[in-house]
Design a protein around this ligand. Structure first.
Ligand code: UDP
Length: 348
């Protein structure tokens, strides 16, 4: 049996591929390389031999996905492939609905068709969702539990919420039809950090995420670091987020994948359970790197909620998973190692 990892050449997906290979799985990675990196695949394929198959293709190509599921005996899909910039989604909403919602529809159609295959096809589907689907939660709902109403305030959040809905409706139908299908919707908070061994890391073009942007400023690749909004209703006026280390996040995926049973639809928030402001992130970056940043205060970025952090109790109680990296400095340290050693990312 094999695991299909969509978006496996991207930041989170590549860390998932690394872990699944280390655990001895066979992995079929599909990525259109729009923002993913072939170099990450090349690095991960060393030592993996035939256990890693990489296909550069659109995840929404139903017929191709079905052929891959059949020919490689895929029984599990981890669906990471997506675009994930809040700001870009506000400016290019249709790009987000195409990449995140429409592609997932094609993938789910392939999964559905796979159920007619002799081995029963895909029986587990783990979906990368997002805390952006919660929108701007009312104060009583922070820290955010899985039961918090989902009401996105940007197209990125909506495109992921549509994905969740498609998966729920499809899984309901499978349950009614008695098909052995298990799903998990994992709502990520802000994923950060890199492989501690420094083999793979975070490389986005363009880079907009706060920790990499600050590290690029440390490296002199940006003249300054701009804080997007200092008038939020938070203690220091800047946005608060929950930063979860990518290796911990992947660990949660493995725990969830191993736990879900046919007929189950699970939902978990993946975060560390505490929030850090943009100013706290800057302080951490300055502490870890020893650099002094040129900090500018700019206007708010459209689509940004003021405060998002998880209540991670559910997955801790049900699966005994909790993030091991809980202080910002240790997360920033692994990111810094990658950026210091690969100032131009995979282009090095
Ligand atoms: N942010 C910032 N300056 C930057 C990049 C990000 O002030 O150059 C802020 C952003 O407004 C948000 C937080 O940092 O409040 C986290 O943003 P990021 O893009 O990393 O993740 P998001 O929460 O959008 O998924």
């Amino acid at each position: 049996m094999a695991i299909m990892v969509t978006g496996g050449a991207g930041y989170i997906g590549s860390h998932a591929v690394q872990r699944l290979l280390a655990d001895g799985h066979r992995v079929v990675c599909v990525d259109n390389l729009f923002r993913g990196h072939r170099e990450a695949m090349e690095i991960l394929s060393r030592g993996a031999g035939a256990r890693l198959v990489f296909v550069a293709a659109e995840v929404g190509d139903r017929d191709l996905m079905l052929r891959l599921i059949e020919s490689h005996g895929v029984d599990t899909v981890m669906h990471f492939a997506a675009l994930a910039y809040v700001g870009e989604s506000v400016n290019m909403p249709l790009r987000y609905y195409r990449a995140n919602a429409a592609s997932m529809l094609g993938l789910l159609e392939a999964v559905e068709a796979s159920h007619a295959l002799p081995g029963g096809g895909v029986s587990r589907f783990v979906f990368s969702s997002t805390c952006a689907s919660y929108g701007e939660p009312v104060r009583e709902n922070i820290p955010i539990r899985e039961t918090c109403p989902q009401s996105p305030i940007n197209p990125y959040g909506w495109s992921k919420l549509h994905g969740e809905r498609m998966l729920m409706d499809f899984a309901d139908m499978c349950a009614r039809a008695g098909r052995p299908f298990a799903t998990a919707r994992l709502r990520y908070f802000n994923v950060a950090g890199s492989d501690p061994a420094g083999l793979i890391g975070e490389h986005h073009e363009p880079e907009t995420h706060v920790i990499p942007v600050a590290l690029q400023a440390v490296l002199g690749q940006r003249e300054a670091f701009t804080i997007f909004g200092t008038d939020y209703p938070t203690p220091d006026g800047t946005c608060i987020r929950d930063y979860v280390h990518v290796v911990d996040l992947v660990d949660a995926h493995v725990a969830v994948m191993n736990a879900i049973k046919p007929g189950e639809q699970r939902v978990y928030n993946l975060g560390i359970g505490s929030g850090f402001s943009v100013r706290q992130v800057i302080d951490s970056v300055q502490r870890v790197t020893g650099a002094k940043l040129n900090i500018k205060e700019g206007p708010r970025r459209p689509g940004d909620p003021s405060e998002l952090f998880a209540d991670p109790r559910k997955i801790r109680e049900e699966l005994n998973w909790q993030a091991r990296h809980t202080d910002l400095d240790s997360i920033v340290q692994t990111a810094w190692r990658w950026f210091r050693e690969h100032p131009r990312g995979y282009a090095e």
